[in-house]
Design a protein around this ligand. Structure first.
Ligand code: BDR
Ligand code: CA
Length: 308
């Protein structure tokens, strides 16, 4: 039976690659795609979810949840990586979306309707999940697993010296989710960034005659440009696609149980993920963390998923 998931995301080019993998994968049943403010502001995130679904035209249509702004005064977008529209400035035209339910409502509804059956894959800031926890007192007992792309185990960030982007966007929400008594798996930056994709990935995409091939050829080239211009790199990292692989091909990762938390105060460390690494501590572990990835196999698995 296909695993039932909600994809909570902030598209974003790498989010879009993950959606392209998930929406056609036979082992997944994507019941909803919920937008969250992150790579792009809330309204644009919702619009981009709609755009990606329209462009991909998957066999089953998931519900869509609308993002609302987060409450973090330090929030900033990541358009410098993903383009002004979050989708590589490809000029997609999307019909105005009708009145939509907010993401946290969709998440609560779906989880309540199928207790224990729905996993949530978080590819953006943890705002929606934290709000779902707050909104529904039974959420933590009803939700399956929460799989998150975010944080950094080695303490090196990508948006600040110490913070990874998703956690930095809304550290308070991330902290609430880290503390929640549910099964959680974290795929941190130091794992996702080990899987690099060189320019030849463009030749390995599905044919232009497929919706996935057409769509990705319009968005991925921008990522090479921004990685080159902003980061001085010739290869790109597709973080969210790697995090999704943990759900599709978990054997590619080695997980360890850790006690993890989120710094919400520090001048230089706000949004940093902090792990209890001292010896002989009795802190109980609150999440599984991916510590090893078979990078070359993961790269091939991404291409395989896109080409199915
Ligand atoms: C994360 O930040 C975003 O820019 C990406 O979409 C990914 O989810 C990587 O730090
Ligand atoms: Ca993302």
């Amino acid at each position: 039976m296909a695993r039932r998931i909600i994809l909570d995301c902030d598209p974003g080019i790498d989010d879009s690659v993950a959606l392209s993998m998930a929406l056609f994968h036979r082992s997944l049943d994507v019941v909803a795609i919920t937008a969250v403010e992150g790579n792009v502001p809330a309204e644009m995130a919702t619009k981009n979810v709609q755009t990606v679904i329209e462009q991909l035209d998957p066999p089953r249509l998931p519900r869509i949840g609308a993002a609302t702004p987060n409450d973090n005064p330090d929030y900033r977008d990541a358009c410098f990586i993903h383009g002004r529209d979050g989708l590589g400035e490809a000029g997609f035209v999307t019909a105005d979306h009708h009145q939509r339910h907010f993401s946290e409502k969709i998440i609560c509804d779906e989880v309540r309707a199928a207790p224990g059956e729905i996993d949530i894959v978080c590819l953006g800031p943890l705002t929606n999940v934290a709000r779902a926890i707050q909104r529904d007192p039974h959420f933590v007992e009803n939700v399956g697993e929460i799989i998150m792309m975010g944080g950094s185990f080695n303490g090196i960030g990508n948006i600040t010296q110490t913070a990874e982007f998703n956690i930095y966007c809304d550290p308070e929400s991330a902290r609430d989710v880290f503390h929640a008594p549910v099964k959680k798996t974290l795929i941190p930056l130091d794992i996702t960034s080990q899987v690099q994709f060189a320019m030849n990935v463009l030749d390995l995409l599905p044919k232009q005659s497929t919706s996935v091939g057409r769509f990705l050829r319009r968005v991925i080239p921008y990522l090479f440009r921004s990685y080159h211009e902003q980061l001085g790199l010739e290869a790109v990292q597709i973080h969210d696609a790697i995090a999704l692989l943990q759900v599709i091909e978990p054997q590619l990762f080695e997980l360890e149980a850790w006690a993890g938390d989120v710094e919400v105060k520090g001048e230089l460390t706000r949004g940093m993920t902090v792990f209890e690494k001292r010896r002989a501590r009795n802190t109980s572990h609150n999440l599984e963390v991916a510590r090893v990835v078979a990078a070359s196999d993961a790269r091939q698995a991404v291409m395989r998923c896109l080409n199915t």
